[in-house]
Design a protein around this ligand. Structure first.
Ligand code: NDP
Length: 286
């Protein structure tokens, strides 16, 4: 089977190496702190002396792109395909592609959408970008980790999709924490509220009357935000009440307060009678 070198053995990289091993691949590993490779070597991985392992395919999972530069240093990458699944900015990823090319290799960028326990499990997927034929050539091996979702040639795309998903993840879960904290001031247990939160999370992503992910996507593409049933102005006022409630309960209000400021700006810009989706126009013009 195709072999692979995994560079970076944090929780993600170590699980990736283990998953490749379980799928029957020959796996070589490298980590700045070599001792982290020991459990994987015990399971059959080879330990490389340098990060440029013997395989064509080098899968990188480190804290960020600077770690890749620090790891490879002056080493050449002739004939190597570097698949970097670390976090960065789209611009960093594009610069990294030029850097790898300058050393004779090819960079494929990726954003993996699961935590370590999800790697190799059904439903796991990774956004990839870079040269399509290179991604396709290694897709069979990469499928051991997750589904391969190829997004396009621009190396920044994988990270744009990854960050888009994480913005939804972080902001909705932080609002969930504000919600739990607010109810907690009245003695409501988080697990008592949880079924209602589940209803909201599922509803927003669904096709029903609460299916705002779909409703707003259609509005954004049409560039019209009908406010006949619920205006932005009404929601800015309602959000103001919620921020007030948090403050009255002695809780911190940074995130909901920032949302309130954004809604109020869209309202002040004269779009208060449109729907919530009009807020995107204010996001596009800071
Ligand atoms: P970390 O983000 O903490 O990365 C740890 C790895 O980075 C270790 O191998 C560490 O080496 C290495 N590293 C850090 N700095 C350097 C450096 N200057 N030179 C060489 N190596 C360095 O761990 P994770 O495994 O959690 O995450 C890896 C990547 O995956 C991150 O970019 C993260 O954003 C992303 N990710 C994480 C998820 C998660 O749930 N954990 C989910 C999806 C993506 P050493 O052991 O020597 O310190």
């Amino acid at each position: 089977m195709t072999d692979v070198t995994v560079i970076g053995l944090g929780p993600m990289g170590a699980t990736m190496a283990e998953t490749f091993l379980k799928a029957g691949h020959d796996v070589t590993v490298w980590n700045r702190t070599a001792s982290k490779a020991e459990p994987l070597v015990a399971k059959g991985a080879a330990l490389a002396a340098t990060p440029v392992g013997p395989s064509e395919l080098l899968v990188v999972s480190q804290i960020g792109y600077q770690a890749m530069y620090d790891s490879f240093g002056e080493l050449r990458l002739d004939g190597k395909v570097v698949v970097n699944l670390s976090s960065g900015t789209p611009e960093e990823l594009r610069a990294a592609a030029r850097w790898v090319a300058g050393r004779g290799g090819v960079l494929v960028t990726g954003g993996i959408m699961v935590p370590p326990p999800g790697i190799g499990q059904p439903g796991a997927y990774t956004f990839y970008s870079g040269p399509q034929e290179v991604v396709e050539r290694h897709a069979e091996t990469l499928k051991a980790l997750s589904e391969v979702h190829y997004m396009g040639a621009d190396e920044g795309l994988a990270m744009l999709y990854y960050q888009a998903q994480l913005l939804v993840f972080w902001s909705s879960l932080t609002s969930y924490m504000h919600a739990v904290a607010l109810l907690g001031t009245a003695g409501v247990k988080p697990t008592t509220f949880m079924p209602y939160a589940q209803e909201t999370f599922a509803g927003l992503g669904g096709d029903g009357p609460m299916g705002f992910a779909k409703i707003l996507a259609e509005e954004f593409e049409a560039g019209v935000y009908p406010g006949d049933l619920n205006t932005l102005h009404m929601q800015a006022v309602g959000l103001g009440h919620a921020v007030h409630a948090l403050a009255d309960a002695g809780l911190e209000t940074t995130v909901p307060g920032a949302l309130k400021a954004l809604f109020e700006r869209a309202d002040a810009e004269g779009r208060g009678q449109e729907g919530l989706g009009t807020v995107i126009e204010s996001i596009r013009k800071p």
